[in-house]
Design a protein around this ligand. Structure first.
Ligand code: DQA
Length: 148
C-alpha cells in the first residue's frame, strides 16, 4: 500500500455547506471527504483528510506529511493569503503539493488574489468548487507515481 495522500483544509472549511453557499456550494466537508476518499481508494491510495482552524496545527500536519505522505493537497483557506509559516512548511516537503480553492480567488476581493501557498505548489486549482478536490486527487496520484 502506498503512503496516504494528505488533504489539508484550513479555517472555516468545517462550515462548508452552511457558510456563504452562493460562493462555496452546498456540499459539506464530510460529503467531500467521502467522495475524494473513494476516488483515491479506487486508485489504490488511502487519504488523511483533515481540517483545522489553527495555523500551527496545519504546519504540524504538513511536517507529518513530509515523512508519511505520498502527496499533499491543501486548501489553506484564509491562511493562503497570510501565512509565511505554511509556505515555509510546504517548501520543506519533497512530495507533490497541489493547492486547491473552491472559489476563483482571482475573481474576488484583491486581498485574495495573492496566495503564499502557490509559491510552494506544483499545481493550483481554483474556482471549480468541490470538483477541484477530485481533480487534485487525480493530479496528486499522477505526480506521486511519476516521482516513485
Ligand atoms: C478559499 C478562498 C479563501 O480566500 C477563503 O478565505 C476561504 C476559502 C476557497 O476555497 O475558495 O476560506 O480557500
Amino acid at each position: 500500500m502506498p503512503k496516504p495522500i494528505y488533504i489539508l483544509n484550513g479555517p472555516n472549511l468545517n462550515l462548508l455547506g452552511e457558510r456563504e453557499p452562493h460562493i462555496y456550494g452546498a456540499e459539506t466537508l464530510q460529503d467531500l471527504e467521502k467522495r475524494v476518499a473513494a476516488r483515491a481508494k479506487a486508485a489504490g491510495y488511502a487519504t488523511a483528510f483533515r481540517q483545522s482552524n489553527r495555523e500551527g496545527e496545519l504546519v504540524d500536519w504538513i511536517q507529518e506529511a513530509r515523512e508519511k505522505g505520498a502527496a499533499v493537497i491543501i486548501n489553506a483557506a484564509a491562511y493562503s493569503h497570510t501565512s509565511i509559516a505554511i509556505l515555509d512548511a510546504l517548501k520543506a516537503v519533497d512530495v507533490p503539493v497541489i493547492e486547491v480553492h473552491l472559489s476563483n480567488i482571482h475573481r474576488r476581493e484583491a486581498f485574495r488574489h495573492h496566495s503564499y501557498v502557490s509559491a510552494a505548489a506544483d499545481g493550483v486549482i481554483v474556482g471549480l468548487g468541490p470538483l477541484g478536490y477530485d481533480l487534485a486527487v487525480d493530479a496528486a496520484i499522477s505526480l506521486a507515481k511519476s516521482r516513485e
